[in-house]
Design a protein around this ligand. Structure first.
Ligand code: AMP
Ligand code: MG
Length: 335
């Protein structure tokens, strides 16, 4: 299939593709999305085909203003409204009871729908011109690392989608925080850049789904997407636990030519082809912003193995480690 490459100045073309039932890749502040008209089941099925996505993994409905939420749910309850007021537009997805008219293709047959109101200007303009909620998962082949740069998404999905809107590198770099707002208090199903601590500042009873608290496999995943192999580059990923100065010193000596390592700026003097920067250790948003781009870079540079220092699982560190534990399939070393 021929993909139309679209500059932000030509967004009517993208809207037209959506109205014709085609798929369009678009930038957001989290990761690039692969969208279609949420109310056109045939168009939504094209997303699953383009990504090789399992049919039981639901998509997120993206809106360009809160007015649009009424087409998706009749249960925009006070808790959801409060979270929307504080965190929307932004990197958060609210799980709400769906209206019957929302196609099963979007929700994978669930009675709930994920709703997100992105902050990214291009995303909002695109949705508003399309004049319909845009159902979208991350723009990547299922199981691989999400795309956070236009170059990455172009390389991976050209020829598989109807259109592709050019944007900047994603501001947050990891997928949205998914929050179930159908219960008595908010429950995080997937951690992201809106952290548990941030949610608790609004709702002290906000909690993490139990499956996020233990590394052990759980019978029932928090959110359907969580059970699949995810975020895996071709290279073997090994998480390294321990004092990070010690880690840097160890690999200064032991790194093999087919291996590379990701390191924080303060903990390393010089970066090179096999020592890639995670940004500043003092702000884990920096690591979140870069992590998927780095994992893709590791494959482009054809390294066989990448070592990544484990970080504390609080704040956005929880979200980064959630992704990296999946990337590594549990492989870790301790120094
Ligand atoms: P992606 O952003 O590519 O990971 O895809 C969207 C993700 O949102 C899915 O994998 C789910 O984890 C989550 N999601 C979407 N809709 C629902 C829902 N109704 N209930 C729980 N999780 C959902
Ligand atoms: Mg995804």
């Amino acid at each position: 299939m021929e993909t139309i490459f679209i500059s932000p100045a030509e967004m009517e073309t993208a809207a037209k593709l959506i109205q014709m039932g085609e798929t369009v890749v678009f930038p957001t502040e989290t990761v690039y999305g692969l969208g279609a008209d949420a109310f056109n089941p045939d168009a939504v099925l094209k997303i699953f085909k383009a990504k090789n996505r399992p049919a039981d993994n639901p998509l997120i409905a993206h809106i360009s203003s809160l007015d649009m939420i009424d087409s998706l749910t009749s249960d925009f309850n006070p808790m959801a409204q409060k979270l929307a007021e504080v965190f929307m537009p932004g990197p958060i997805t609210l799980i709400l009871n769906k209206k019957p008219g929302v196609p099963d293709a979007v929700t994978a047959g669930l009675s709930t729908v994920g709703v997100r109101f992105p902050k990214n200007e291009i995303a909002r303009k695109f949705i508003s011109l399309a004049n319909t909620p845009i159902a979208a998962p991350s723009a990547n082949i299922s199981g691989t690392v999400s795309a956070t740069t236009y170059a990455d998404v172009k390389r991976e999905l050209s020829g598989r989608v109807g259109g592709m809107i050019e944007g900047e590198d994603c501001e947050f770099g990891i997928e949205s925080t998914v929050v179930d707002v159908t219960k008595a208090a908010p429950v995080i199903l997937r951690p992201g850049s809106i952290t548990l601590e941030m949610l608790q500042s609004v709702f002290p009873d906000a909690s993490l789904h139990p499956s996020l608290l233990s590394d052990a496999a759980v019978e029932k995943p928090a959110s359907p997407g969580m059970k699949y192999l995810h975020y895996t580059p071709k290279a073997e990923v090994i998480l390294v636990y321990g004092d990070r100065k010690k880690i840097a010193a160890y690999f200064e000596e032991h790194l093999q030519s087919e291996e590379c390592i990701l390191l924080f700026r303060e903990e390393f003097q010089s970066f090179s082809k096999n020592k890639l920067s995670l940004g500043s250790a003092s702000d884990l948003n920096d690591m979140a912003r870069r992590i998927f781009k780095r994992l893709k870079q590791v494959d482009l540079l054809e390294f066989e193995r990448v070592y990544i220092p484990a970080v504390e699982e609080t704040g956005v560190g929880l979200a980064v480690m959630n992704r990296l534990k999946k990337s590594s399939g549990g492989k870790a070393m301790y120094l």
